[in-house]
Design a protein around this ligand. Structure first.
Ligand SMILES: [Zn+2]
Length: 599
């Protein structure tokens, strides 16, 4: 077991360096007065770590809970601790460029106000999105309403939509476990996610990029500021980029190198990432910018100053992802499955003891399973796992074999008493899925999850365990979950809107329906045909032609109105308008509160 060096206070020095001012209180409300961000609720972290938290995560949360406006270097500032992510402000000739405007318009606006209070009332003259995750663009309407260049890596919009809209409902629900949003903020509840404290819950927005960054070496000048880009697709996000400010010797590492082991696969769910490519792009960043950067900052956590320290930091991050990737493949090729690799793998001592390589957000355990998943998928090759019963069916049979729920609970209590919380959780999960009304099984499972959570070094593991415990005790709690992707809908393309309709189509109810609709969009100068057959809604660009049941002439805004249930008023129709009604009636509503720890 590696000793962690708590006496090393470098991170605390760096996280405090350059503080200019802070919100007091550090609370942000929306137009209705609802609190969307309250950093002061984490003030309890000033105390010594209690026995309800892992000391290493407690330390990380103390660092993440620091908040205010910080000078990174001459002309570059960061607002930290006002949301899960950082907003960076780069001063140009006439105004200020905003990098990554947080999650909510309200927190982004508050961050900009804090900046202006100390640096003058500069207009926003450009926006840069480092990547396609919502904590890096959702607050954009809080800082600008269009009319400025918005730079983003190529593929940004498609990736943002695929991650946040197509799978949006499921991801939001799992995201509550991930961020711990239903938990009280306390030494027994939410202490942080490792990447930042938690997500704000204001209004999410999205303005489409106006400048695509397509290749490494591309240089842009925004408000007189030179920026040289390195595109890093397939790293922490499908569309992501690092960039360098040559006139300020400052390197932005987006979210590719932060003060934690990041996720190869996030627990909220995402398309699995490529640790190999991630590592390669970190190496490329070192070779491109390492000998020129005096400071490296990212959109989470605190910067690192000094060339030697930057190169050492980036090299360790690079080696970390390469090691997880390569060693998983090595062991996989010796026949180990994901859970077996997770149990076997050990980091080299130098990485194990580096604070920034600790698994506060990702973990070695779930990241190596993700590497396995990327190459070999969900199936481990063992035919016993090919056609298992689903959880509730399987649970009923296990419980039956073990002599009933009372017997399973007694056995689980013994395992928990011996400290084998992992197996106790497995047994009790079977009991709860076999008999979801059994109060004893649920209560004991909640206790076991709580102990697992208190011991977790990963913030997201802790949150999953503690939200699971909470929902076993109190049922599904939806508070703190009002973030929605609704504000993003206007940024979707027509194709993406059609995709989002197709995803909601109830297949079995639509089996016997077939229809064809032609759509002409007057504002876009584009036309599409959609056909429903065999329970699948297909769309493609096509001019109106024979064979359509209905032709609609409309704008994209009117299509969004139809989807919102506002009907087809003002839309020119030709053919049978009831066809549209048939389609709308075949759409399901997603369930934002589906069960997770119970069947
Ligand atoms: Zn982020």
């Amino acid at each position: 077991m590696t000793e962690l060096r708590y006496e090393d206070r470098t991170d605390f020095d760096d996280a405090s360096r350059g503080l200019i001012g802070a919100l007091d209180p550090c609370v942000v409300t929306d137009a209705e007065g609802r609190v969307v961000w309250d950093n002061d609720s984490f003030a309890f972290l000033g105390a010594e770590c209690p026995d309800t938290a892992n000391p290493s995560l407690w330390r990380q949360s103390q660092l993440c809970a620091k908040h205010g406006l910080y000078e990174v270097t001459d002309g570059i500032y960061q607002v930290r601790g006002l949301d899960l992510s950082n907003m960076t402000l780069v001063e140009g000739d006439t105004g200020v460029i905003v990098i990554d405007p947080l999650i909510s318009a309200e927190t982004a606006a508050a961050g900009l106000r804090l900046y202006r209070e100390h640096r003058g009332d500069r207009p926003v003259t450009g926006v840069v999105y480092t990547h396609s995750h919502v904590d890096h663009f959702g607050g954009v309407r809080g800082v600008v309403d269009g009319d400025v260049p918005i730079l983003a890596p190529q593929g940004f919009l498609e990736a943002a939509v695929a991650e946040n809209v197509y799978a949006g409902t499921a991801m939001l629900r799992r995201g509550m476990y991930h961020t711990g949003s239903p938990l009280p903020r306390s030494p027994r509840g939410l202490i942080g996610t490792g990447l930042g404290q938690t997500s704000s819950i204001g209004s999410i927005s999205l303005l489409a990029p106006t400048v695509d960054i397509t290749h490494t070496g591309q240089q842009e000048v925004v408000d007189g500021v030179r920026i040289v880009f390195q595109v890093t697709p397939g790293t922490e996000a499908p569309a992501e980029m690092n960039f360098f400010f040559p006139d300020r010797a400052a390197l932005c590492m987006a979210e590719n190198a932060t003060h934690n082991l990041h996720n190869v696969l996030t627990l909220r769910g995402a398309v699995v990432r490529d640790a190999r490519v991630w590592s390669r792009y970190l190496n490329e960043a070192i070779t491109l910018f390492g000998d020129r950067a005096d400071v490296a900052f990212a959109s989470h956590h605190w910067p690192a100053w000094g060339r030697d320290r930057i190169v050492a930091f980036l090299s360790q991050q690079r080696d970390l992802y390469a090691y997880l990737h390569d060693q998983t493949l090595r062991l996989m090729n010796q026949g180990l499955t994901g859970p077996e690799v997770a149990e076997t793998i050990e980091l080299p001592p130098a990485l194990e003891s580096a604070w920034h390589a600790r698994g506060y957000y990702g973990s070695v355990s779930h990241n190596v399973k993700a590497v396995y998943q990327r190459y070999l998928g969900w199936f481990d090759g063992n035919p016993a796992h090919l056609w298992e019963h689903p959880p509730a069916e399987s649970a009923r049979r296990y419980v039956d074999c073990m002599g009933g729920v009372a017997e399973v609970v007694a056995k689980a209590r013994a395992y928990a008493g011996d400290g084998d919380l992992r197996f106790a959780a497995e047994l009790l999960n079977h009991a709860v899925f076999a008999e979801p009304t059994n109060a004893q099984a649920k209560a004991l499972l909640a206790d076991v999850y709580e102990r697992l959570g208190f011991g977790s070094e990963s913030g997201t593991w802790r949150n999953f365990y503690l939200v699971g415990a909470t929902e076993l005790r109190r049922g599904i709690v939806m508070e703190g979950s009002s973030v929605s992707a609704a504000g993003m809908i206007t940024a979707l393309t027509v194709e993406q809107l059609f995709d989002s309709i197709a995803i909601r189509l109830n297949g079995p109810r639509a089996w016997s329906s077939s229809l064809t609709i032609d759509w002409r969009f007057t504002d876009l100068g584009a036309a599409y045909r959609t056909t429903l057959s065999n329970g699948a809604l297909i769309h493609w660009p096509a001019e109106p032609a024979a064979g359509a049941d209905l032709r609609l002439t409309l704008t994209k805004a009117q299509l969004i109105g139809i989807l919102a249930g506002q009907g087809i008023e003002g839309v020119a129709t030709e053919g049978d308008p009831k066809v549209l009604q048939v389609l709308v009636e075949l759409l399901d509503d997603p369930d934002p509160a589906f069960a997770i720890v119970t069947p």
